[in-house]
Design a protein around this ligand. Structure first.
Ligand SMILES: Nc1ncnc2c1ncn2[C@@H]1O[C@H](COP(=O)(O)OP(=O)(O)OP(=O)(O)O)[C@@H](O)[C@H]1O
Ligand SMILES: Nc1ccn([C@@H]2O[C@H](COP(=O)(O)O)[C@@H](O)[C@H]2O)c(=O)n1
Length: 231
């Protein structure tokens, strides 16, 4: 563990580029807190699905999210995601939630609620790594270091397949289509679309092993602190 880092690191990028895996490891190496904001939008989606409201009814969607108690931890070594006291760590990664999460997260009132929670969760921390889609652009615009993580669509689909143990080419093609669909939705929404912050460092992990990606981000973070650079 390195204790030299203090500040905020944001990690944004399209689906399946390795944000969660990389952000968690970077946080562990730097002794920092870690916040997975995608898990918060997924937990909000659980609340919406359980309330049984139509995904295109923005008022009802926002009401369902606001009525739920969503708890997400910031310990990089222990994942905590609860909705109304129930552990939903597994459920939020399932197909039902993954299909519904982009429409839910495009609702401005939902974003207002969760962005406020995200800032509350990280603003007291000495060192924190936060990953998502709009962290560098909206949630923490004054972060110490902003990373925008990319990888080719083919590599991302292969990695997701590896994560899920999928080998059937048709199923891999379906995973690729799902990544594309989510990226399109997240990039085209009016409120806080997925895009790199102007001052983000773009890291393309297509040809990097995960440990190399982590090492690159850690080096950039230590460099940002040494040079006193506020991005
Ligand atoms: N060079 C690399 N950099 C990052 N992740 C990699 C790399 N090589 C392989 N992976 C793997 O890619 C998979 C996808 O990573 P992860 O789930 O962290 O992505 P993500 O961007 O958080 O996805 P999503 O936005 O859909 O939640 C993981 O199994 C991870 O271990
Ligand atoms: N800052 C964020 C983070 C996530 N989203 C939405 O949640 C979906 C799930 O995110 P994962 O990182 O867990 O895959 C994502 O597709 C976005 O719709 C967001 O809007 N803003």
């Amino acid at each position: 563990m390195t204790a030299e880092f203090s500040g905020q690191i944001t990690l944004d990028g399209p689906s399946g580029t390795g944000k969660s895996s990389v952000a968690r490891q970077v946080a562990q190496q730097l002794g920092a807190h870690y916040l997975d904001t995608g898990a918060m939008y997924r937990a909000a989606t659980v609340a919406v699905l359980d309330a049984g409201v139509a995904l295109d009814d923005k008022v009802a969607v926002a009401r369902a999210v606001s009525a739920a108690t969503i708890e997400v931890g910031t310990d990089a070594r222990r994942e905590k995601v609860k909705v109304d006291g129930v552990d939903v760590r597994q459920r939020i990664r399932g197909a039902e939630v993954t299909r519904a999460v982009s429409p839910v997260s495009a609702v401005p009132a939902v974003r207002r609620l969760l962005v406020a929670r995200q800032r509350e969760l990280v603003n007291g921390a000495d060192a924190v790594v936060v990953e998502g889609r709009d962290i560098g652009t909206v949630v923490l615009p004054d972060a110490t270091l902003k990373i925008y993580l990319t990888a080719s669509p083919e590599v991302r689909a292969q990695r997701r397949a590896g994560q899920l143990g999928v080998t059937d080419p048709d199923k891999i093609a379906a995973l690729a289509a799902d990544l594309r669909r989510r990226d399109d939705y997240d990039s085209r929404r009016a409120d806080s679309p997925l895009r790199p912050a102007e001052d983000a460092v773009v890291v393309d992990s297509t040809d990097l092993a995960q440990e190399e990606t982590v090492a690159k981000v850690v080096a950039l973070a230590l460099d940002a602190v040494r040079t006193g650079q506020a991005s």
